[in-house]
Design a protein around this ligand. Structure first.
Ligand SMILES: [Zn+2]
Ligand SMILES: [Zn+2]
Length: 320
């Protein structure tokens, strides 16, 4: 990790003492939510000054009464991780004291104009910061956006989508949560039937018209032909941690819905839910047992290929 200490970026001293914390549930990702100059991109030498400006504006904010920069860390477009309040200290950025103690706050130099989307180096730096919070700062496994738990646009749509994908490293190299596997060739091929519309197919295959149009190079969405073969994409794999026993998320319900549609394992008494329970792992194991050459061992744990097969078998895209 390319850590830039407070003295290296020229931090002013805090005007009060930090509240100490020994652990958090994880990390929340922020963006600046204001213009971030493009000029930073070409010149890392400017980044320290930019962090000093953030600190100065925070410490001048009388409404908040901040004693220091509010963030735990700030990551620049070149992937450098600038130490803010650092590890073991409650931050001031997540919305209120409970939220600030619950997660470290890592801010990306991304804003509302100028630099509006993260560079690959910045995403790498965010993952470095997340892993550092975990290994040295007692952070738990959660990676969330500022908007999770507080009414704000932060961290912007691009970074929030990245958080929702499980905060992977770019190029799939590891990731704070296991990196989603690209669906690659797509989940399968569908032959257009009479009466099909692209929007109906998008609904049926849990994708979007835009994705179908892009993936298939369709010039006019109203003009799909009967007999035409369409590539169908699988929803991106969110990460293994969402499918372990006891995990709770909308992804659990999505997977369970597919397992139910594919009629794998013991039937549900109630139905799919957002909780991963032992019955769900049995259903996963039943799917894995059926395709044991591809998905074995049948341990009930869901990785990207099991996720793909569950999707395909629920949607008639893979032979049984
Ligand atoms: Zn924020
Ligand atoms: Zn930089």
């Amino acid at each position: 990790m390319k850590l830039v200490s407070r003295s290296e970026w020229g931090a002013a001293d805090p005007t009060g003492s930090y509240t100490r914390i020994s652990s958090t549930r994880g990390v929340k990702i922020h963006y600046e939510g204001s213009p971030v100059p493009d000029a930073l991109l070409a010149d890392h030498d400017r980044c320290a000054g930019h962090v000093r400006a953030i600190q100065a504006s925070h410490m001048a904010n009388r409404d908040e009464g901040w004693i220091d920069i509010a963030y735990s860390f700030v990551v620049c477009p070149h992937g450098y991780v600038h130490e803010g309040r650092g590890l073991g200290h409650r931050n001031g950025a997540n919305g209120n004291s409970a939220l600030n103690a619950g997660h470290y706050a890592v801010c990306a130099m991304v804003g509302t104009s100028g630099i509006t989307s993260p560079t690959d180096a910045l995403l790498d730096g965010l993952v470095d910061a997340i892993e550092y919070c975990r290994s040295e700062g007692g952070a738990g496994g959660e990676v969330r956006g500022h908007r999770d738990g507080y009414a704000t646009d932060c961290p912007g749509d691009d970074l929030y989508a990245w958080v929702q994908r499980g905060a992977p490293r770019p190029e799939g190299g590891g990731g704070a949560q296991p990196a989603p596997q690209p669906s690659g060739e797509g989940a399968g091929v569908y032959t257009v039937q009479p009466g099909d519309t692209l929007s109906a197919l998008a609904g049926r295959f849990e994708t979007s018209v835009t994705q179908l149009v892009t993936l298939n190079g369709i010039s006019d969405p109203d003009l799909i032909q009967v007999g035409q073969q369409l590539q169908i994409p699988a929803p991106p794999f969110p990460g293994r941690e969402f499918f372990v026993l006891g995990a709770h998320s909308p992804y659990a319900k999505q997977l369970q819905t597919w397992l139910q549609a594919g009629d794998w394992g013991p039937a549900y008494r109630v139905g799919p839910s957002e909780d991963m329970e032992s019955l769900d792992l049995e259903k996963v194991a039943a799917l894995q047992e059926h395709y044991v050459d591809d998905l074995g061992p049948a341990d009930g744990l869901t990785g990207p290929v099991t996720w793909l097969y569950a999707y395909q078998t629920a949607h008639g895209l893979r032979a049984r």
